[in-house]
Design a protein around this ligand. Structure first.
Ligand SMILES: N[C@@H](CCC(=O)N[C@@H](CS)C(=O)NCC(=O)O)C(=O)O
Length: 207
């Protein structure tokens, strides 16, 4: 059974899923949806994701939305004991970072991305950018300090936790902003960029 991913690659949330599929060596069909590709308002799509958002994953009987849930599901199904850690403490450390990406890092950085990449220059709101930078910088410091203590977010090895956070860092690093030296964050990010899942994902330009 081939996996079916619905979603455009310009979406960070779709990129997480594509990274995971590639990392796991799975074959998947991807259909562009959302943004100017549309589809998400159609009745058939809404019957699968009533939110009308991407990504959406179909895998046999499983029809799933929410990007981090899809990442967890794929890792649980195909990589229990590695990307999906088995000991509960390690697994929930990974879960913790994934929730942190969704609830803390993403909201902080979102406006700078939207202003720089999706807003015409003449309508750009510098105050929104400054606020987004002010909220994100301490979170990058936090990541740098955490990654000084261990190679990956959930411990010694690469896990599902690293995928959503790396997709977020990819988006942030592509913005035209001065970057403070953060050697541990940069070392970790380079290691994630070297993973098989990163090809065509963490080297994409933003749109
Ligand atoms: N919490 C959801 C958010 C999904 C979301 O916001 N998706 C955006 C793209 S990143 C979307 O579908 N926007 C409407 C569109 O693309 O038409 C997730 O992580 O999957």
């Amino acid at each position: 059974m081939t996996l079916h991913i619905w979603g455009r690659m310009s979406s960070i949330n779709v990129r997480k899923v594509v990274f995971t599929v590639q990392e796991l060596g799975l074959s998947a069909q991807r259909t562009d949806a959302g943004g100017h590709f549309g589809l998400v308002t159609e009745a058939d799509f809404r019957s699968k994701n009533p939110n009308g958002m991407v990504p959406l994953l179909e895998d046999g009987e499983a029809t799933l939305w929410e990007s981090n849930v899809i990442v967890r599901y794929l890792c649980a199904r195909h990589a229990t004991g590695t990307l999906y850690p088995e000991p509960l403490a390690a697994r929930f450390t990974a879960e913790m970072w994934m929730d942190w990406q969704q609830t803390t890092l993403n909201p902080a950085g979102r406006n700078a991305f939207l202003q720089f990449v999706r807003t015409p220059t003449e309508r750009r709101d510098d105050a929104l950018i400054a606020q987004s930078v002010a909220e994100t910088e301490p979170l990058l410091d936090l990541l740098d300090a955490e990654l000084a203590r261990r190679p990956y977010l959930a411990g010694q090895d690469f896990t599902m936790a690293d995928i959503p956070v790396a997709c977020e860092i990819h988006r942030w690093y592509a913005l035209p902003l001065a970057r403070a030296p953060r050697p541990h964050l940069d070392r970790w990010y380079q290691a994630v960029c070297d993973r098989p899942g990163a090809v065509g994902v963490l080297d994409m330009s933003l749109s």
